[in-house]
Design a protein around this ligand. Structure first.
Ligand code: CA
Length: 224
């Protein structure tokens, strides 16, 4: 899940980024309405968390532009203004949810889960191949043969998810890069090597038979 956070209060933004990352969301944070619109237009997100009072362009304007351009990404609006008028304006302007500040973090997470679920096509399943399975709810990789499990970081999780969706296939490095780090990512290829080595260590720790094999400069394949 990839989320765009448009919030100009640095401390709140940082706290939310941390929270979202803990919940295994991938977060891009921007601090002005104009950047928010720009990023939401040019990237694909599962949700946008949009503050109302923003420099450059306010949240309602950003939302109006997005909906006019038929960008249907779910939007959760945050604001210090808790008035009914704003709430109505946000919802009629195409916001999916309106959360007045201050809010409890649990409330924010619940809203986010609700609005992102709406876009889902199929119910989620446990992804498995060979003797390993990925638990989405816990963010853990488990070996069914040994009964051991291990927690995965956000990137490790996305990478493993991609491998488990395509077991036995050689996945080109560029493709993995694009899927896990995004189109305009500045991450270097050696980043991928590093994460593959993390996953290999975890597979070894689990005592799994599954292996991530490098195929001569082409890419990687999960062999089970
Ligand atoms: Ca603000």
């Amino acid at each position: 899940m990839r989320v765009l956070l448009v919030e100009d209060e640095k401390r709140l933004s940082q706290a939310l980024q941390k929270l979202l990352q803990q919940e295994r969301y991938e977060v891009d944070a921007v601090y002005t309405g104009t950047d928010g619109l720009d990023w939401a237009r040019t990237n694909s997100y599962d949700a946008v968390i949009l503050d109302v009072m923003l420099p450059g362009m306010d949240g309602f304007e950003v939302l109006r532009h997005l909906r006019e351009e038929r960008i249907a990404t779910p939007v959760l609006m945050l604001t210090a203004r808790g008035g009914v008028e704003d709430r109505v304006r946000g919802l009629t302007g195409g916001a999916d949810y309106y959360l007045p500040k201050p809010f409890e973090t649990a409330e924010l997470m619940a809203c986010l889960k609700t609005i992102t679920r709406r876009g889902e096509v199929a119910p989620r399943m446990t992804l498995a191949a060979g003797d390993v399975e990925l638990s989405e709810s816990e963010g853990k990789l488990r070996c069914t043969a040994t009964g051991k499990d291990v927690k995965l970081g956000a990137k490790e999780y996305q990478l493993m998810e991609f491998f488990l969706r395509n077991p036995g296939q050689i996945l080109p490095k560029e493709m993995i890069q694009e899927r896990v780090w995004g189109y305009d990512s500045e991450a270097e290829y050696n980043n991928l090597e590093v994460y593959v080595s993390f996953l290999r260590k975890k597979l070894t720790f689990l005592g799994s038979e599954a292996k991530i094999r490098a195929s001569r400069g082409l890419g990687y394949a999960l062999e089970v």
